[in-house]
Write a protein that binds this ligand. Structure first.
Ligand code: ADP
Ligand code: MG
Length: 290
């Protein structure tokens, strides 16, 4: 392809919200044979809604207040759901100190003199024995396709919140189209196995669950070691290492600034079909439509 054709391809993409950082990215997209998709905010809408607030030894409103306080500075989709719920239930949101995201695990900090952690059941279980009964309760929520985040306060279980996030409306068709063109889609998620499998079943996609950011990066490298050319699609929250390791890293929708910086491309409208559209554009420009 001529430089002029590549420039025309890049600007045609940009007009449709498909940003590619240069001709090499455009060219590589057409050679992709596997695509690793994040779940939350990528294959799902990323607008989870809090469905259950379970409190242990204190009122449910306090659980919501502590969780919302920790999430105030976070851009994680689950954080937005918790802040919405606190607002709807008029739960006060006290200030948090030293609040920090723990990538792939949750968020921790100090609220009202208590040291608080909010995150995945697996991450919580690394910090505290949650007990078989509570784990069973969490498992039942997961089987309904809900994601659970556990709240620990001063080393004790304070409660948990369940959230549900629906798949993006175009995900099923976009994934089927990729498979039909010989590209292997895989769902990667930090979420627990039961929830991940409930979502993956609805989308007919293979799923790898309970992954930390470095696990997602490792899986991208494993697929590359199998000889596949791998794209990684994510909102980039916690997932910069995998985006960077992929042959093409694609930031989805209103992703974070980190994602936009790390990624080679961005799908500004946040549709799953933007990914096959980018690949089709590449093939058209490079003249290798089969
Ligand atoms: P995904 O791979 O689906 O995007 P993440 O890696 O971002 O998921 O997060 C994995 C799990 O860690 C979530 O399912 C959730 O339980 C927990 N978690 C991560 N960040 C947060 C947060 N800010 N608030 C609450 N829970 C969180
Ligand atoms: Mg994520």
């Amino acid at each position: 392809s001529t430089p002029a054709a590549i420039a025309a391809g890049l600007s045609a993409g940009a007009r449709r919200g498909l940003l590619m950082k240069g001709g090499v990215v455009l060219e590589t997209l057409g050679k992709i044979t596997a695509i690793a998709f994040d779940k939350t905010g990528t294959l799902t809408a990323g607008r989870p809604v809090v469905t259950d607030v379970v409190a242990v030894g204190r009122p449910a409103r306090d659980v919501l207040s502590l969780a919302a306080a920790l999430e105030k500075g976070s851009s994680h989709p689950l954080a937005l759901a918790i802040l919405e719920k606190a607002k709807a239930d008029k739960a006060p949101v006290p200030p948090a100190f030293d609040a920090n995201a723990v990538p792939g695990e949750g968020v921790e900090g100090k609220v009202g003199g208590e040291t608080v952690f909010l995150g995945s059941p697996k991450a919580a279980a690394r910090r505290l024995d949650i007990g078989a009964d509570r784990l069973a309760e969490i498992g039942a929520l997961n089987a309904e396709g809900k994601t659970v985040s556990v709240l620990l306060a001063n080393g004790a279980l304070a409660g948990f919140l369940a959230m549900r996030d629906e798949p993006r409306p175009d995900a099923v068709d976009a994934l089927a189209g990729l498979k039909a063109s010989g590209i292997r889609p895989v769902m990667l998620t930090g979420d627990n196995r039961t929830t991940a499998e409930a979502v993956a079943k609805g989308l007919s996609i293979e799923a790898r669950a309970e992954l930390l950011p470095q696990d997602k990066q490792r899986i991208v490298r494993e697929l590359q070691a199998e000889g596949l050319k791998v794209a990684k699609v994510g909102d980039g929250i916690n997932d910069a290492p995998a985006l960077a390791a992929a042959d093409v890293g694609i930031a989805m929708g209103g992703g974070t600034d980190v994602a936009l910086e790390t990624a080679d491309a961005a799908a500004l409208h946040g549709r799953v079909r933007d990914v096959p559209d980018m690949i089709a554009l590449s093939k058209a420009v490079m003249g290798n439509i089969r």
